[in-house]
Design a protein around this ligand. Structure first.
Ligand SMILES: Cc1cc2nc3c(=O)[nH]c(=O)nc-3n(C[C@H](O)[C@H](O)[C@H](O)COP(=O)(O)OP(=O)(O)OC[C@H]3O[C@@H](n4cnc5c(N)ncnc54)[C@H](O)[C@@H]3O)c2cc1C
Length: 319
């Protein structure tokens, strides 16, 4: 029978993947983490994390992920920085093929590929990306000091980030396609009381316009069909996130209506030996703490799945 090179391959090196990797390396599994960019995931673009337990004064996203990476490295987690060309996850032996052709095999896989911001898909969005179009208030807010900007969206992220952006911008116009916000009441109250925030209800952005200097205005359509122009130098599109499912066998995985992968409480998917942790999972809240927690749960479920096999790596008495 074919032998797998690894007991576990983890795909994605954000909080979920790094925590699964740390548990696996500490648990002496022969494990590999494959990351297509730098380890850290979405947290790398998070300016300041104020809600990760243990960091009483908060910590920068970069420093938090540096520590998570170092923690996994301390136990000797093997990592590969590569883009995945294909995944064959259906058999007992899973095959992860990298761009360039290298094929890696494992008995189990934890998918931790996370999610990315949803786009409006309107004219000008792609053209002015990073020249006035942003999906990350914490990353790009400081570029808009004393300027007038817009936020698109009505959920928690949009309103929280609109409030954050008032630290920099002279005016923030929240453009929402509905007549009321979905954000929590406490955020709504803060936003309604903020003198720098204006609201445009039942309004959609039809086009992002500008020139060589970047964005200068938005073409808006209101619920009665009227159109108007809003002069802004930046637009933050904060309308939710979509799962990173490229290369995943989505036809064989049970997913929800938005494409996030459904798992059981042990993070097991509908494919035996394939687990999912973090933002890629179907769930209500997407935070660093639950991504990390699910990474731990998934790795422990992998150990159970593997039947508590004898460790492949020698004992390291220095730890
Ligand atoms: C702007 C912003 C601010 C946030 N602020 C906070 C906060 O203050 N507190 C909080 O708790 N949460 C915050 N979050 C949410 C938090 O960042 C996420 O919940 C968390 O990062 C999810 O972790 P993850 O490991 O599931 O996925 P991600 O962080 O998305 O990591 C996924 C990783 O997988 C890699 N990857 C994707 N596809 C592949 C592939 N095919 N092959 C190899 N690698 C792949 C990616 O490169 C990435 O490194 C914020 C998110 C954003 C966008």
């Amino acid at each position: 029978m074919q032998q797998a090179q690894y007991q576990l391959i983890i795909v994605g090196g954000g909080p979920a993947g790094l925590t699964a990797g740390m548990y696996a390396a500490r648990g002496r599994l022969k494990a590999l983490l494959v990351e297509k960019g730098a380890t850290g995931g979405q947290v790398l673009v998070t300016d300041w994390v104020d809600n990760y337990p243990g960091f009483v004064e908060g910590i920068s996203g970069f420093d938090l992920m540096d520590k998570m990476t170092a923690h996994a490295d301390r136990f000797g987690l093997e990592k590969k920085f590569a883009t995945i060309a294909s995944l064959d996850l259906l058999g007992d032996i899973k095959t992860v093929t990298l761009e360039g052709g290298e094929a890696l095999t494992a008995k189990t896989v934890i998918l931790c590929t996370g999610a990315k911001p949803r786009k409006l898909d309107i004219p000008g969005e792609h053209e002015f990306a990073a020249r006035g179009v942003s999906y990350c208030a914490t990353c790009d807010g400081p570029f808009y000091r004393n300027q007038e900007i817009a936020v698109v969206g009505g959920g928690n992220t949009a309103i929280q980030d609109a409030l954050h952006l008032t630290k920099f911008a002279s005016k923030v116009t929240v453009i929402h396609r509905r007549g009321e916000l979905r954000a929590t009441k406490i955020l709504q109250e803060k936003a309604f009381c903020n003198q720098k925030i204006d609201f445009l209800w039942n309004t959609q952005v039809r086009e992002i316009r500008g020139g060589t200097g970047g964005v200068d205005s938005l073409l808006l359509r209101h619920h009665n069909g009227d159109e108007s122009i809003l002069a802004v130098s930046g637009i933050f599109i904060l309308i939710g996130i979509v799962p990173n499912t490229d290369m995943l066998p989505v036809d064989h995985l049970h997913t929800d209506a938005s494409g996030f992968v459904v798992t059981d409480q042990e993070m097991a998917t509908s494919i035996p030996g394939v687990f999912v942790a973090g933002d890629l999972r179907s769930k209500r809240s997407r935070q660093i703490i639950n991504a990390a927690g699910e990474g731990a749960v998934a790795e422990l479920a992998v150990e159970h799945y593997l039947g508590n096999q004898a460790p492949d790596q020698p004992l390291n008495c220095s730890e």
